[in-house]
Write a protein that binds this ligand. Structure first.
Ligand code: PHE
Length: 501
């Protein structure tokens, strides 16, 4: 029989009568114990050796433990000092006893709590009384500590007590020993030779004919291996990709446009009054340089301004609030991607559009929100709109029902809301798979004439802004948006989660 050299050496040194310790074999063969253990396990697998194990707990003193072996346990020193001061007869002042026991700092607390625990006496109103019926010379913790110092073994309960006082440390080690099996003896008698063991076949092995005598290492397919965590597409990007595929499948075209845009496109075109709270610096990330856009389409600006001031239609009415051209020119990070819808609907982006039309984008929007489990300073918005004749709320609901069904989300709820640019308007809710709570997943509505007329759109337009992160929450069940975005992300979650559809 041919075996790798270490295995041959172990086999030859093992006995059929008495177990031989692996440590001893390692010393004899001048190998690491791990190497010998590996060889022994391989031989055990072959049935040539049996392995026996025993575990040994070694106990050693900590630094603090060593100090008390030399100086005595603090509570014992306190008791002895109290006794010398006559505290077994009349209470003595604490300060005096501590001084003569030479106790200070945190040792004082240790002394006091153990003094009380062991019933050495009582401390009341700054005075100490010593019990007269205790014999600190026989303190079992002191005895055990000295035993450990002398390398002797101690009782389990004392070991635990000293360990919890941090005076000793224990370490457990497994010792293994090998014994030849009958098969091992038989093989040894038949003759065991050392063979070189290789883990791969090389061309030279074949050309030299050496392969015939080589021992090949077997693959252990059950061995624990490190799980590789290579780079992968972030789940938000995976989800964005999937959303795009679904919307393209539903006949939508993708919109593109600037992250930084004029307030005109972000808000004025949406019939958002200039004094609307969302347009203040509280919500908005304004740009410092450059701070103004220089190419707004003038005619459109005039029409938008007129809608704000006078409203549209026969009985239209405006906001009667200030409208400042300077503000319309100001640049900011877009607070929603509805700025893209305004650009596309106006004809500025891809020319005038004839109904029917469907457009979408899955892009970042930025808001100066307070960070919490559901709000970030930036998020991905799934923007979309459909331009057609005679659209109704049913069309809007049907579109959402179809869209979300692609992601397995079927329990949608609608709640009327208010947006300056849509009428009617609906917030959209879905049920969180873990918490069962209804969470808001989007906002939508049918664009108002005050918005569409200045943009030159005659057909109806239904539109929405949905949060990609919220969609993902419903799909994967995570509960805190900071698990997937930002510096506190849950890496294990990101590594293991897949967007399934
Ligand atoms: N802009 C809205 C938001 O950010 C979403 C929306 C878009 C609502 C279009 C209605 C119509 O919440």
């Amino acid at each position: 029989m041919k075996l790798p050299p270490t295995q041959v050496a172990v086999l030859e040194r093992a006995s059929a009568d008495d177990p031989t310790e692996i440590d001893e074999l390692a010393a004899q063969l001048d190998e690491k114990p791990e190497t010998i253990t590996g060889a022994a396990f391989a031989l055990e697998e072959e049935g040539l050796l049996s392995i026996s194990e025993r575990s040994e707990v070694t106990v050693s003193l900590t630094e603090e433990g060593r100090r008390y072996v030399a100086e005595g346990l603090p509570e014992v020193r306190l008791y002895e000092a109290a006794l010398s001061a006559g505290a077994d007869e009349t209470p003595v002042s604490m300060g005096e006893v501590l001084g003569s026991a030479d106790l200070e700092g945190e040792t004082v607390d240790i002394a006091l709590s153990n003094f009380a625990r062991k019933g050495y006496g009582a401390i009341e109103a700054g005075e100490i009384t010593a019990a007269s019926d205790v014999t600190p010379e026989a303190d079992e913790e002191t005895t055990a500590l000295t035993a450990v110092a002398d390398g002797e073994s101690i009782e389990d309960d004392l070991r635990e007590r000293l360990e919890s006082r941090n005076l000793i440390e224990t370490a457990e080690r497994t010792h293994r020993a090998v014994t030849l099996t009958e098969a091992g003896v038989t093989e040894l008698m038949a003759g065991v030779e050392a063979a070189e063991r290789v883990d791969r076949l090389e061309p030279e092995h074949l050309s030299s004919g050496e392969w015939e005598d080589l021992q090949f290492a077997a693959y252990n397919v059950e061995a624990d291996a490190e799980a590789p965590t290579p780079g992968k597409r972030h789940i938000l990007r995976q989800a964005a990709k999937r959303v795009k595929e679904v919307l393209v499948g539903m006949g939508f075209k993708e919109m593109q446009g600037p992250h930084v845009d004029a307030d005109f496109w972000i808000n004025d075109c949406l019939f958002m009054p200039q004094d609307h709270p969302a347009r203040t610096h509280w919500d908005r990330f304004a740009l410092e340089t450059p701070d103004k856009i220089d190419d707004l389409p003038e005619e459109l600006v005039d029409r938008v301004e007129r809608a704000h001031r006078e409203g549209v239609g026969e009985d239209g009415d405006g906001y009667h609030s200030p409208w400042d051209r300077e503000f319309a020119d100001e640049l900011a990070l877009r607070g929603h991607t509805t700025s893209l819808s305004a650009r596309y609907l106006s004809g500025e982006q891809v020319g005038d559009l004839e109904p029917p039309q469907r457009y979408f984008s899955v892009e970042k929007a930025y808001r100066n929100d307070t960070l919490d489990a559901t709000h970030l300073l930036e998020f991905f918005q799934i923007e979309g709109w459909v331009m057609a004749e005679d659209l109704t709320v049913r069309d809007l609901m049907g579109t959402f029902t179809e869209f979300y069904s692609h992601f397995g989300i079927t329990d949608l709820r609608f709640k009327p809301t208010y947006n300056p640019y849509t009428e009617p308007s609906f917030e959209l809710f879905g049920r969180h798979p873990e918490t069962d709570e209804l969470i808001e997943i989007g906002n939508s509505g049918i664009f108002r004439p005050e918005m569409l007329e200045p943009l030159g759109v005659e057909a109806d337009v239904m539109a929405w802004g949905l949060a990609l992160e919220r969609l993902l929450m419903l799909m994967t069940g995570f509960e805190d948006i900071r698990d997937v975005h930002g510096t506190l992300v849950d890496l294990d979650f990101l590594r293991s989660v897949e967007v399934e559809y």
